[in-house]
Each structure stands twice: as structure tokens, then as C-alpha cells.
Design a protein around this ligand. Structure first.
Ligand SMILES: [Fe+2]
Ligand SMILES: [Fe+2]
Length: 165
């Protein structure tokens, strides 16, 4: 019979998943920054790269609270979302639609993170990991804010530029 698994196991697995994803995102953001055409979008990617470094540190603290070593586990979802983003970078390179495309790719990443952190925060609450709840909550707020900032950039300029060309 299969070994019993619990909410602890789910929490641990999901923590490893997002830890892998964040480190992959940290490597990808500089590429997106270089690809972006507008200074505002470059600045937004740079800001989020810095935040991502802090988010990785928070995850290391959560692993510590949980009593496990900080280790990632390949996250196929983020690999897929990021390769689609790379396709946009290639296929829309040098066009007026590039920034709008980059924003949409970045928002797919943010939404993935939001679903993961939302679940982890909930489960940390269930497991009575109070300090972990606060850390996960902080990151969840940063991801939501980033998503909203990207929407604002798309509305303010990128979508219009893409349309006007
Ligand atoms: Fe993140
Ligand atoms: Fe993010």
C-alpha cells in the first residue's frame, strides 16, 4: 500500500516547486529587461528582479521554519510559461508589439506565482506555521503589486504602441 501522505508533504512539495520557479525567474528577468523597448518596462523588470532576490531569501527562511533544507524541484509549469515568453521575445523582436507581448508573458509568470503563494500561505496557516504565513503573505503582496503595475504599463502605453504600428 502507498505510504500515507499529508498536508505537510503537499506543503513541502509546493515549496520546492516555487523555490525552483523563483530561481528560474531570477535568471530570466535580466533577459526580459534587455529585450524590453521602453525604459519604464526595463525599470519594472529590474525592480522585480531585486524583489525576486528577497523572495528567494524569504523562501529559504520558510524552509528553515519548516525544518527542511532549501531545495528546489523542477517545475514544468514555469519552464513552459518561460519558454512561451522566449518565443514572444524571438518572434516579436524589433516590432511595435514586443513590449505588450513581454508584459503578457510576465503577467503569466506573476499569476502562476500568485496561485502558488496563495496556496502555500493557506497551508502554512493550517499547519500553524505563523512566521511562514507572514513571509508568504509579504511575497504574495509583491507579486500582486507587480501584476497590477504591469497592467498599468500595458494600459498606459504598450498596448497602444502595439496597435498604432
Ligand atoms: Fe516571485
Ligand atoms: Fe513575480
Amino acid at each position: 500500500m502507498a505510504k500515507e501522505k499529508t498536508l505537510e508533504d503537499l506543503f513541502h512539495d509546493t515549496l520546492k516547486d516555487i523555490y525552483y520557479a523563483e530561481r528560474k525567474i531570477l535568471k530570466t528577468l535580466p533577459k526580459m529587461q534587455r529585450a524590453a523597448q521602453s525604459d519604464e518596462l526595463k525599470a519594472a523588470f529590474e525592480k522585480h528582479r531585486e524583489e525576486t532576490e528577497g523572495q528567494i531569501e524569504r523562501l529559504q527562511q520558510v524552509f528553515e521554519i519548516f525544518g527542511k533544507p532549501a531545495r528546489g524541484k523542477t517545475c514544468d509549469a514555469i519552464e513552459g510559461i518561460i519558454s512561451e515568453g522566449e518565443e514572444i521575445m524571438d518572434e516579436f523582436k524589433g516590432t511595435a508589439a514586443l513590449d505588450a507581448g513581454l508584459i503578457s508573458s510576465a503577467q503569466a509568470v506573476e499569476h502562476y506565482e500568485i496561485t502558488r503563494y496563495g496556496t502555500l500561505r493557506r497551508w502554512a496557516q493550517e499547519l500553524g506555521l505563523k512566521d511562514a504565513v507572514a513571509l508568504l503573505e509579504q511575497t504574495l503582496e509583491e507579486e500582486s503589486k507587480t501584476d497590477a503595475d504591469l497592467t498599468a504599463l500595458a494600459d498606459a502605453s504598450a498596448n497602444q504602441r502595439a496597435k498604432a504600428a
